[in-house]
Design a protein around this ligand. Sequence first.
Ligand code: AMP
Length: 363
Amino acid sequence: MTADNGQTISPGSTIGILGGGQLGRMTAMAAARLGYRCHIYCPDKGAPAGDVAAKTTVAAYDDINALQAFAQQVDVITFEFENVPSSAGEKLAELKPTRPDPRVLHLTQQRLREKNFLSSINVPVTRYLEVAHKEALPQAVQALGRPCVLKSASFGYDGKGQVRIDPETDLASVWQTMGGELAILESYVDFQREISVVIARGLDGTMEMYVPVENQHRNHILDITIAPARITPAIAVKAEAIARHIAQELKLIGLLAVEMFVTKSGDVLVNELAPRPHNSGHWTIDACNTSQFEQFVRAVCGLPLGSPERHSDAVMKNLIGDDVRDWRAVLSEPSTKVHLYGKAEIRPGRKMGHVTRLTTKSH
Ligand code: AMP
């Protein structure tokens, strides 16, 4: 049973957001501009989104009483973090319109489920095998060949829970490093580039997407996004068609980031989905008519989607850990937009902010 009867959530209403990180923070800021209030639900005190939201509930994601009380105070519910227990999503969906539908979260919070879904709708992915126990690993490695990548099936984020298996890698110790949980083994993709597409799908099924962008990682964490990606028009068309197909098949209401590899032979393979605003879409705040955060709010509330058209090209750089100490220097660059997330403690690998450098639109 779901409480969603397809209604528009009008400005003046309250959007409930599960998750209190920078994605929630920037969503709440965009929501405020459209006249909405946000109520953040997250397990941590002092979360970045709480600073800019009307209200915050600090409680565990499996605290049914707290979830129920939260649902009573909001008009629509969404997520900025997909690793919320499925039972929480289902409970919330019974009480208030919950967008995207919790089954989308369920699908994308486990890599095997996600890859099986993508394969079932004929979306190209790298070869993969399920590895359920230690004894199954050697055979799977044999089947896919080295190098390959072993990833824990659940709760993967920013390259956590994955190990590359090279010719000399000892399989027993790799399995232990991974914690011995259900895993997925993937063929290693010797990619030319990593790209992503952020697409929105509204209540009426309308879709709008941003131009494909190029992503460069450092220590498995997104470092730089280049918009637009340096790819041929044919590859861009392929990537866009894949994103549209996935959003349609998911019957998504909200925002979806599709992370993809472009291979040296020009194939496009999907690596991962995120049904929420995405780090590779931060550039849209400063370079597009409608930012990904505003688009997310529009989609979730059933408003007409905005134009994703860009007025500038952009390079977004994450400020990770100590990078943020350079805030004074970046603030003095004339074409650079600085975004700081208000996180009190600097930690290695922690996303503290980002900067977007704008240049004249190329084509
Ligand atoms: P993920 O956690 O799946 O998003 O992976 C994080 C990063 O690891 C990706 O953005 C890639 O740079 C790299 N990676 C993940 N899977 C593969 C793969 N099968 N082949 C090559 N590189 C990969």
